[in-house]
Design a protein around this ligand. Sequence first.
Ligand code: FAD
Length: 407
Amino acid sequence: MSSKVIIIGAGHAGGAAAGFLRQYGFEGHITLIGAEPYLPYQRPPLSKAWLKGEASLDDLYLRGDTFYTDQNIDARVNTQAVSIDRVNKTVNLLGGITLPYDHLIIATGSKARPFPVPGADRVPHHLLRTLDDAEALKNALQPGHRIGLIGAGYVGLEVAASARHLDCEVTVFERENRILARVASQALSNFFTDMHKGRGVSIITEAAITELSLGDGDKKVVHLADGRTHEFDLLLVGIGALANDDLAQSAGLECANGIIVDEQARTSDANIFAIGDVTSRTLPIYDGRFRLESVPNALEQAKQAAAAITGFKPPVTETPWFWSDQYEFKLQIAGLLRPDCRAIVRGDPASGAFSVFHLDSGNRLQTAECISKPADFMAAKLLIAKGVALDDTFADPEVSLKPYLGR
Ligand code: FAD
C-alpha cells in the first residue's frame, strides 16, 4: 500500500475520496489540495436552498470541521496545484512548494463554459460554480429586480425557480427550440415549460443572442438577432461546463473531453487517478465514453480510486443518476437519455407526479425521468441495470413494476 496520496481538488469528489481512503484502511499520508477558501462542500444547494436563504455554510459542508484533523488528512485550502511532474512523482503548488506522491488523484471538476458573444467581456454577468459565485448572486437577487438567465439547463432553471421565490422578474433565454433540450425528453421539457410559465417566468426559445451591452443606469442589455432587446438588472450565464483538465493535459495524460479513465478511475498513468466532473469514463450498460457532471458519479469514482489504491473491494457500478429540484417538484433521472429510444409517459403530467420511461428497440428500459415519483425512480435504476424489457402497459401508473425486479 502506498504511503503518500495527494488529491488535487477539494470538491465533492476529492473530499469524498479522502474519506473513503481512510474508511478503506489507508494509513499513509493524505494531502487534499483545494484552490477555494473552503473545505469540501456540496454544490447542488447553491442554486436551490442557498439562494433562497434556506441553507447555512454548515449545511453545505461535506464533513464537520474536525473530520480532517481527526482523520489525519492534511487539508489545504486556498492552495493551487500548478503542475504535475510524472517522472519525479511530484506536484508543484503555486508559491513554489513541491510535494511528493506515490499515488495522485486529480479531482479538479469543471469550469463554466465562456459565453462567446460580443460584449460578454465588458458587460458584468454572474456565473454559478462556486460558493463565492452563489453568495454574489444571492446578494444581487433583490425583490422586483429583472433577471436575465442565459441558458435553460438544470442550473439555470433552478436559479429561475429560486429567483421567483425571491420575487424577482425572470426571463430565460434558450438557444434551442425547447428548454433542457440537451438533457431531457420533450415531455419533460413541456412539463417544466408549463411549470415555469405558470409561475411567471418568461421563456424565450430559439433565442439567437448577438450581443450584450450596457444600458442606462448600469442595466445589462441582451440583443437578439431579430432586433429585439431586453434590459436587466442582473444577468446569469449558465451555458454548460468544460472539464478542468489543463493540469492533466500539461502533464501528458490522455484527455478527450476530460481525463480518460478506466473503471477503476485510473488514468493513462498507472499511479494517477482522476475522479468526478473532470473525467471521461465508460459505463457497463452503454457504449462510448461519458463526462458526467453529477454527485453520484463523483462519489462512485471516489470509491473506485480509493478501492484501487487500498486494494479494497471495488464498488458495484451504479446506473448513472441525477436529480434537480425546481419549485415543489423533485426530478430524478435514472440512466442516460438516448436519441434512439421510444418514450412512454407513465401517469398524468398535469398531476405533477409522473415518469417518462424510455425503451430501446428491444423494449428494454434505458432511461427514466421521474417527477415526484421516487418509487418509479428506485425501480427504474434496477430495471435499467438488469436490462429488463417493459411494454406500453406501463403507461398506467397502477401497473406495478415490482414483479419485474426479481427477473
Ligand atoms: P467540484 O465539486 O467542482 O470540485 C472541484 C474542485 O477542484 C474545486 O473546488 C476547484 O476549485 C478545485 N480545483 C480545480 N483546479 C485546482 C487546482 N489546480 N488546484 C487546486 N484545486 C483545484 N449534481 C447533482 O447530481 N445534482 C444536482 O442537483 C446538482 N446541482 C448543481 C448545482 C450547481 C449550481 C452546480 C455548480 C453543480 C451542481 N451539480 C449537481 C453538479 C455537482 O455539484 C458536481 O457534479 C460535483 O460537484 C462534481 O464534483 P467534483 O469534485 O468533480 O468537482
